[in-house]
Design a protein around this ligand. Structure first.
Ligand code: ADP
Ligand code: AMP
Length: 228
């Protein structure tokens, strides 16, 4: 299965990506996480990307494409993947299609997880992430059991530098201008599906799961109540 997750920042791409990866045994690849790792390790690429991330801007297409291209060469990608945060521009989407065409494969599902901009701000500003394993929590909707520590590994929970309300507003603006056209790009080629991302996490996953399993069994169009 080759799936890309679309949606506003905070829509739940990372959360659903982890659930899909766990159930279907394919890697969940978040370009945002890869970039943050590069920033934390102080690589030249990380140093270049840092200024963009902290302002809530996209990093240049060449950099994002290079990061994804390297990651897709890893052996765990041979059986499919879930992309979270890529493509974020039409140029990135075209790159991905051209790259995959060389191996006679293609993105099968572009899944738009839909939430309102107000909900996006509520989610982003209260998101907390584990500084060690990257697990994602929310101060109201999805709390860690221990105060300020990760349920999975005990690491400290922190707020991402770009998760302030002000930067979040800029990220929404950037999404509407630069990333929303990607939704149309996939719609034009009949690969766009959507789910209501404002439902509880388990309900969103149930919808996503029924879409993916329907696709695997018959192609999504034939599933009852198809999610388009
Ligand atoms: P994205 O990867 O799209 O930026 P995340 O998966 O990191 O979004 O989710 C953003 C925040 O919203 C996190 O704090 C997460 O715990 C929370 N969240 C994700 N999905 C839901 C949901 N369906 N309902 C409520 N909160 C959610
Ligand atoms: P995310 O973790 O998906 O919210 O991404 C965090 C930040 O990483 C974004 O605001 C961008 O600065 C950068 N980023 C992640 N993926 C891409 C991409 N495909 N293209 C450009 N910038 C990206």
């Amino acid at each position: 299965m080759r799936l890309v997750l679309l949606g506003l920042p905070g829509a739940g791409k990372g959360t659903q990506g982890e659930h899909i990866a766990a159930k279907y045994g394919i890697p969940h690849i978040s370009t945002g996480s890869l970039i943050r790792e590069a920033v934390a390790s102080g690589t030249p690429l990380g140093r270049e990307a840092n200024g963009y991330i902290t302002k809530g801007e996209l990093i240049p297409d060449e950099l994002a494409i290079r990061i994804l291209h390297e990651r897709l060469k890893e052996p765990d990608c041979a059986g499919g993947w879930i992309l979270d945060g890529f493509p974020r521009t039409v140029r990135q989407a075209v790159f991905l299609d051209e790259q995959l065409a060389q191996s006679s494969s293609a993105v099968q599902i572009a899944l738009d997880i839909r939430i309102s901009p107000d909900e996006a701000i509520r989610r982003i500003s209260q998101r907390r992430v584990c500084s060690q394993c990257g697990a994602v929590y929310h101060l109201t909707y999805y709390r860690a059991k221990g105060k300020g520590v990760c349920d999975k590994c005990g690491g400290d929970l922190i707020q991402r530098a770009d998760d302030t309300v002000e930067t979040a507003r800029n990220r929404l603006e950037v999404y509407l201008v630069q990333t929303h056209p990607v939704v149309h790009y996939y719609a034009q080629s009949g690969r766009l599906y959507s789910v209501d991302g404002e439902a509880p996490i388990e309900k969103v996953f149930a919808d996503v799961d029924s879409l993916i399993s329907g696709f695997a069994a018959h192609g999504v169009q034939e599933t009852a109540g198809g999610a388009r």
